[in-house]
Design a protein around this ligand. Structure first.
Ligand code: AMP
Length: 185
């Protein structure tokens, strides 16, 4: 059963790949960014608390993310692909500490893409999708947060021999093939 964390900078194609990998493995796709946007759209109490962080591209506090996401992970009895989560070392640790052994993350795959390529892709996506957090300034802020927060997460999974890296250049099909080649299902 697939219990995967998919990591990658904003614009790496992580979301697209997460959906495809989850579908191919009949696992649940759990994207905290989507869960947060749904809370904001619904006008829930949590949504009101997270809206400002999300609009600016800053990370939402760990306790709110865990409250939102852990129950979904626990309920994913057919396996899961986590997308945009964990985004900090405390989140990665909480996943290992708060899930029963048989439901813990089995593997983490990071999609590696050069920074200039990410900026080019973001400009294209902003033109196509009109996402309010896809401005140059917010995007660079999100890239810098990724660069700051991700090394300890990668180290966390590398230390437990759960980390694989794939080259994120080329077409979505090529990247999907590369991910498939490193998965241990
Ligand atoms: P995403 O759709 O994954 O790019 O997430 C969009 C925004 O939601 C991020 O810039 C953060 O503000 C927030 N967010 C999503 N997932 C998390 C997380 N696991 N921890 C903290 N903030 C998050």
């Amino acid at each position: 059963m697939l219990r995967l964390v998919l990591l990658g900078p904003p614009g790496s194609g992580k979301g697209t790949q997460a959906v495809r990998v989850a579908a191919a493995c009949s696992a649940e796709h759990i994207a905290t960014g989507d869960l947060l946007r749904a809370e904001v759209a619904a006008g829930s109490e949590l949504g009101e608390r997270v809206a400002g962080y999300q609009a600016s591209g800053s990370l939402v506090p760990d306790d709110l993310i865990l409250r939102l996401a852990l129950p979904r992970v626990l309920a994913a009895s057919e396996g899961y692909v986590l997308d945009g989560f964990p985004r900090s070392l405390p989140q990665a640790r909480a996943l290992d500490e708060q899930l029963p052994r048989g439901q813990r993350v089995h593997q983490a795959v990071v999609i590696a893409v050069a920074e200039q390529e990410l900026i080019d892709r973001m400009r294209l996506r902003a033109a196509q999708q009109h996402r309010p957090d896809d401005t140059d300034e917010v995007f660079r802020h999100r890239l810098s947060i990724y660069a700051a927060e991700t090394p300890p997460i990668l180290q966390h999974y590398a230390d437990s021999s759960r980390l694989r890296e794939v080259d994120g250049s080329g077409s979505p099909d090529e990247v999907f093939q590369r991910i498939g080649a490193v998965l241990e299902v």
